[in-house]
Design a protein around this ligand. Structure first.
Ligand SMILES: [Fe+2]
Length: 145
């Protein structure tokens, strides 16, 4: 079951970032499957994975922006923090037994679409100029290794 399909309008023009964003989209689709099957344990598991992966992805992006000298990296980081605390509220409500999955999926889709198209596309040219294979390998290892 596909809740949300990746489309090229979401590309920031940097493969490694696009593939991380696609992974988040995959998690949202996994959430849709778990919800459809009314598998609460699976929903909990996917939520944990989603939060964990998103945290790592944000940390990777923040390192990228900092290294690239992107002038708005502080405010971008604040946006990430607000987003994580928002997801955590949903997770808490889920743990309290409320059915928040559907609302969470639409919130994630809207928020991510806007964030990728506006904020992430804004830092991309700075990042593209700075990145090289050596930096990428080392940094991916540090965050995802
Ligand atoms: Fe971002």
């Amino acid at each position: 079951m596909i809740y949300w399909s990746w489309d090229p309008s979401l590309s920031v023009g940097i493969d490694v970032i696009d593939s991380q964003h696609r992974r988040i989209v995959d998690y949202i689709n996994e959430l849709a499957v778990a919800r459809n099957e009314r598998d609460k344990e699976e929903v909990t598991q996917v939520l944990m994975n989603l939060v964990d992966y998103t945290n790592t992805h944000f940390a990777f992006e923040e390192e990228l922006m900092k290294n690239a000298g992107y002038p708005l990296s502080d405010s971008h980081k604040k946006v990430h923090e607000a987003f994580i605390s928002n997801i955590k509220k949903f997770v808490q409500q889920h743990e309290e037994g409320r059915d928040v999955t559907s609302k969470l999926m639409s919130t994630l889709q809207i928020w991510l679409t806007n964030h990728i198209k506006r904020d992430d596309k804004d830092y991309a040219p700075y990042a593209a100029k700075m990145m090289n294979p050596g930096w990428l390998k080392k940094t991916l290892n540090r965050f995802f290794g």
